[in-house]
Design a binder for this molecule. Structure first.
Ligand SMILES: Cc1ncc(COP(=O)(O)O)c(C=O)c1O
Length: 407
């Protein structure tokens, strides 16, 4: 029998071309490796994962239990329950001064999903997306999944890890669809000054480029650093900005998977439709919990923030004493992006250190300290430490790192 198209056939279930576009998230991979070693009985000091160590506050847990008991266990509208969309819209209208209609808000399965949806809404093959580096691990891969090309712009430590308006204008082409910004930043903790973002906004408004502003760490800033809602900088910005945020970091709710996008209505309409086909709604119970998080008492946020602030001081103090390691103090989030490049070319713990990956792998295998390599964030020479961990663990971690870099 002649089989049609026998020649040039592909193996059954061979992966689509798309599969070659993405890598597994490096932070999750480092966290998984640390967990694997822990299961083997090793005492790993884990600073790899970007999630608060606190439990979700009790009032939020109670709201979830109440929701379950009240039968809020069914499908919800794909873009989220009206109560939560309204509460998020009110947050932007009242707190950020950006008049927002609930129709502009889509609740998604975490901020990461909201970013994916937003990119799917406006980017496609042939498009370009500008990403200042260091950048959060998922940005480049999420852009590639849409068929668009990430255009990475180096924002070096000497420039405070901040992209300048000139750098932005220098890479804009007719194919540029979006600029992605993230302040406070993961991995550097850098918080742009309002005036710096205003200058970037002015540059953006000279072009046809849209902005995806990831503000997931907006409530976690320290000392003089103040967050800025990008869309609030100019009345012309809401029409070209997609703002991303959520409850994961501020309310210690990483596992609940609730984030949101705020965008012009047509974009939000598409995002809701996309979600209706892909995942239906985000978890109904989590949505009620998130509603309590943003509308209920905020004291626990103040407490958690105070603890992060104490840990930040401690971390900076210990880095100062760590030979050959420096760090631009983070203004927000809960990461210290340590410059470890002076150790390249050395042998530490019997392992040759040539780059951030070998540094982090050796720190894990020889000092039981889990960090994430800067290369995963587009910045060779660095190692990211999350200080969303208790002080006792931080102390042990720095003791171990001190022995490691002296070895
Ligand atoms: C900059 C940034 N954006 C988005 C996210 C994703 O947040 P979520 O857990 O709500 O998906 C993270 C989480 O690490 C992040 O660091």
């Amino acid at each position: 029998m002649i089989i049609p198209h026998a020649k040039g056939r592909r193996m059954p279930l061979s992966l689509a071309e798309r599969a070659s576009l993405i890598e597994p998230s490096a932070t999750l991979a480092m966290g998984a490796e640390a967990k694997r070693l822990k299961v083997q009985g090793r005492q790993i000091l884990d600073f790899a994962l970007g999630e608060p160590d606190f439990n979700t506050p009790a009032n939020i847990q109670e709201a979830a239990i109440r929701a379950m008991r009240d039968g809020q266990t069914h499908y919800t509208p794909p873009a989220g329950i009206p109560e939560l969309r309204q509460a998020v819209a009110k947050l932007y209208t009242d707190h950020h001064g950006v008049a927002t209609d609930p129709a502009q808000v889509v609740v998604s399965n975490g901020a990461k999903h909201a970013i994916h949806n937003a990119l799917m809404a406006v980017c496609g093959p042939g498009d370009e997306v500008i990403i200042p580096s260091p950048y959060w691990v998922s940005y480049a891969d999420l852009v590639k999944l849409t068929g668009a090309k990430p255009v990475v712009v180096q924002a070096p430590e000497s420039a405070g890890f901040k992209m300048t308006p000139d750098q932005f204008l220098g890479v804009v082409t007719p194919r540029t669809r979006l600029l992605m910004i993230n302040s406070p930043s993961n991995p550097t903790g850098v918080v742009y000054e309002r005036s710096e973002l205003a200058a970037l906004a002015e540059a953006v408004l000279k072009t046809d480029v849209g902005v995806l502003s990831d503000e997931i760490y907006e409530q976690l800033t320290y000392r003089d650093a103040k967050p800025t809602c990008f869309a609030s900088l100019d009345p012309a910005l809401p029409a070209r900005t997609i703002t991303i945020s959520g409850v994961s970091k501020t309310y210690a709710m990483t596992g609940w998977r609730i984030g949101w996008s705020v965008a012009p209505t047509a974009v939000s309409k598409f995002i809701g439709d996309l979600q209706s086909q892909e995942t239906s709604n985000p978890c109904s119970i989590s949505q009620w919990a998130a509603l309590e998080a943003i509308t209920g008492p905020q004291e626990t946020v103040v407490e958690m923030k105070a603890q992060f602030a104490r840990r930040r001081e401690y971390v900076l103090e210990r880095i100062e004493r760590l030979p050959g390691v420096t760090c631009t103090p983070p203004g927000g989030a809960f990461y210290a992006f340590m410059n470890v490049s002076s150790h390249f070319g050395k042998t530490l713990g019997g392992k040759k250190i040539i780059d951030s990956t070998s540094f982090c792998m050796a720190a894990l295998s020889e000092a039981n300290v889990a960090l994430v390599m800067g290369s995963a964030f587009g910045a060779e020479g660095y190692a990211r430490m999350s200080f969303a961990t208790n002080l006792e663990t931080l102390e042990k971690g720095f003791d171990a790192l001190e022995r490691f870099v002296a070895s």
